[in-house]
Ligand binder design. Sequence first.
Ligand code: 4G0
Length: 224
Amino acid sequence: MFSVAPPAALGISIPGRAAAAGHVEIVATDIRSFSSNKHKKTDDRPFGGGPGMVMMCQPLWDAVTATEAADPRAATRILFTPQGRTLSQSLVEELAAKPRLLLIAGHYEGIDERVIERLAPLEVSIGDYVLSGGELPAMVLIDAVVRLLPGVLGDLESNQQDSFSQVPETGQRLLDCPHYTKPREWEGLSIPDILLTGDHGKIAAWRLEQKLQRTRQRRPDLLA
Ligand code: 4G0
């Protein structure tokens, strides 16, 4: 047995509810339990010298192959690294359609390149910054994927109108529009009159215009 408790953060909120309802199963494997070393060592000093440690090939290879063998469905292997393809909503959508994902969270400055070559994972980055390990990126991906699985979000929290979801009118990925709720007036601040007209066509057009305007102002790269 090599599975360990998944991070507690995945047991609450939307991912926790999704797991409890059977929409997703999350299994965590402890790479250390595959160490052939009596001190459960999984890393060693880099050839050529320099600071930091490098994750060894064998424990990672054995952990991945044993985890895969425990389930007949083909797994899409994903390694989190600052050198990877930047995660986007369209990549999240692609991954949410896969039957099974196997996420590899390296905990070291590096992983021996030979095992990366042999595992041939999809290398993914959650943004241009460095963390102490790949666990938080893995949790980010899990959250982003799980909320897209059928049945996970109810009608009241639908993902159709999220930032970065494809706008039906144009097919573009835009930022979201502003939202308002009660009270109608707060601290002398009112809300756009259009939202009180009950004219759903005009409201949809206003929201699309807001999305376009915001995207132009804040993220022109999304329109380019
Ligand atoms: C350096 C991902 C650091 C190399 C992982 C892993 C940030 C991200 C780490 C690796 C991370 C990100 C080669 C597996 C771990 N930090 N931006 N730290 N490799 O997604």
